[in-house]
Design a protein around this ligand. Structure first.
Ligand code: HEM
Length: 175
């Protein structure tokens, strides 16, 4: 069973930076597959940015984090997000695959769920925040740079898909 202390080994073997973007497959895979990690990310995301809940029918009116925790929709989405990011990490050597995975995510969120793209940027910030808090000394400046680049790449591909489908409000409204 993973916990926050064990999902990231003390000596992260991030000697093989891929395209200068990510840490290393082993570390990030363990991390991204960790339920605890994805769960902390999404709880904080929805507690600190409650307007993001508007897209989720099951918990849009919930305020109590303990109640939100039980939502199967929240859990399922957290898992999907981490799986998608993990697929990106595993395919950093293959830009076409990365583009196709994130293109589909972008198009679904623009056309089907109509999510304001700014929420992707906010979510990236929360992911980076929790990584820094939970992994302290393992989150070295080098690792931080890698994750920041990964998050920026994600945002770039996803918003590229938004633009492709004609979503023009990329720098919109307040949260
Ligand atoms: C990197 C960030 C994200 C990734 C990789 C991601 C990934 C996914 C995936 C794979 C699905 C299922 C796709 C489908 O139905 O075709 C999904 C569904 C969904 N996503 Fe995201 N997502 C992300 C961020 C967000 C954000 C920021 C929001 C809103 C604030 C959001 C709202 C939704 C909603 C409402 C659904 C449908 C949920 C349901 O039907 O239960 N997603 N997401």
């Amino acid at each position: 069973m993973y916990n926050r202390k064990t999902i990231m080994p003390m000596e992260c073997p991030h000697k093989t930076l891929k395209h200068n973007v990510c840490v290393c497959n082993t570390t990030s895979k363990l991390l991204l597959k960790s339920f605890l990690f994805s769960f902390s990310v999404f709880l904080r995301f929805f507690v600190n940015f409650p307007s993001a809940k508007q897209y989720f029918s099951q918990f849009q009116d919930m305020e109590d984090p303990e109640e939100m925790e039980k939502s199967s929709q929240l859990r399922k989405h957290a898992r999907r997000v981490m799986n998608a990011i993990n697929t990106v990490v595993e395919n950093l050597h293959d830009p076409e695959k990365v583009s196709s995975v994130l293109g589909l995510v972008g198009k679904a969120h623009a056309l089907k769920y109509k999510v304001e793209p700014m929420y992707f940027k906010i979510l990236s910030g929360v992911i980076l925040e929790i990584l820094e808090e939970d992994f302290g000394e393992c989150f070295t400046p080098e690792v931080q740079t890698s994750w920041t680049k990964l998050m920026a790449a994600l945002y770039w591909y996803i918003t590229g898909a938004y633009t492709e489908v004609g979503w023009l409000k990329l720098s919109s409204s307040a949260v």
